[in-house]
Design a protein. Sequence first.
Length: 285
Amino acid sequence: MSDDNPHSTNGSSSRNWLDKLKLTFTGEPQSKQDLVEVITEAEQRELIDPQTREMIEGVIGVNDMRVRDIMIPRTQMTTIDINQCVEEFLPTVLESAHSRFPVISEDKDHIEGILLAKDLLSYAFNSETEFRLKDVIRPAVIVPESKRVDVLLKEFRQQRYHMAIVVDEYGGVSGLVTIEDILELIVGEIEDEYDTEADGTDDIRPLNKYTYSVKALTAVDDFNEFFETNFSEEEADTIGGIVLKAFGHMPATNDEITIGDIHFKVTNCDKRRLVQLKVVIPSLE
């Protein structure tokens, strides 16, 4: 979609009369786009709220994703060395506030197992018991980068584990993925009492390798810094203002526009303002 012609793709307005007629007689969506339009129309008729519509679209989107698109990269993994004593790794456990930790031997390519923080409790009140990491770690679940996210979510639920180590085609560790990472794609960010107050860059949340969910009130300078773009701060203070100016009118939910090489989709708005945007950046491949 070009800058000069930011047509709305909202609801049934983008469907020609023949498509409408076919959907009327078949009584069911014929494609994912049909399904998304039905969901959008349900929101417009106030049969569902915007949050429900976003969750349903999240479920649909997960079906197309691979683990590589959502994994926590190897460089960001918080690990514990199997040769460390409690006094050495406990500060890491407390500072990160994570509940699970990959335990390594030589480096991050050598995963020995997973430590559950709760498994430390039995030793905390029994100083006479000798603690050895290898005695308490649990087996690590290994999955390939190419595994479908929806399949992994099903396995998480059926086999009752919450973390998997991700490996590339050569067997090297490329990252990890948790059940929370998948659920956040569907229900949005899950925050707890340990999460810090959001700053400017936390308004930008990755959905996959090239797609992000961005709050419309994200400052233009924060957006430019994150995506290495050069939108003018003189035109607007927020990225929502930049998008609104490009449309030239108040867009509706699911309206889309491309500005430069960045594609924007309105995922949440009301009659007066934009709330949430989906941003797709060009592939460098």
